[in-house]
Design a protein around this ligand. Sequence first.
Ligand code: CDP
Ligand code: CDP
Length: 225
Amino acid sequence: MGFNVAIDGPAGAGKSTIAKLVAEKEQFIYVDTGAMYRGLAVYFLDHGVSPENEGELENACEKIKMDIRYENKVQQVYVNGENITGRLREEAVGNMASVCAAVPVVREKLLELQRELAAAQDVIMDGRDIGTCVLPQADLKIFLTASVETRARRRYLELKEKGVACDLEEIAADIRERDERDSTRKTAPLKQAADAVLIDSSDLSIEEVVAVIASLCREKRKTPN
Ligand code: CDP
Ligand code: CDP
């Protein structure tokens, strides 16, 4: 069994940025579970599967073989033998992922795969339900959050830097909508685990958050539960 760190929190809280840096510092593999939902979404979009139709989703899930590989420690998502990692950040893919992630059959499809990855190696895994549902026995659980305004500003700056035209209010509205969908769904909603450490990064730099989590990892490794 590997040493397992779970990081959950809302969209734009900094989970993937922080998890990648902690992974480098502490020699973990960073497992991005959002990318797995996005991987299924690519297939659903390519095959015209309606996210509102549970039967269609179930049929499609049966046809998908997902493989997660780590090439130079960077996660690659394969769907039916094809590496689709380059398509995961498309906007349509993010929207489809967020909608279909609310459907139980879609979540079940990924649960075993996520647990296998955590059992095989030391991982820091980020998502929405890692501490509550996927890895309830994780060695360390973090719930990383920040205000909607801060998260919207971060996304805005990120897009502006890439030269993408965007509107701060629209981004904030999109984040609110995602928060609502992730928190109110029946299956595995976004929720802080009772034994998770809460970190509000609204007024913390990336380096500060990484330092806090790396130090918690070291403490836990020295004195496991
Ligand atoms: O993975 P998640 O959706 O939680 O967020 P992310 O994509 O890692 O982070 C969103 C943005 O916030 C990135 O541009 C980070 O560089 C930035 N960020 C920050 O400015 N300060 C922090 N303390 C954490 C993240
Ligand atoms: O768009 P964002 O970067 O916030 O999300 P992501 O981590 O790439 O995940 C894509 C979508 O999958 C999210 O909008 C969540 O609704 C969903 N997701 C989930 O339900 N459970 C997870 N463990 C990870 C992602």
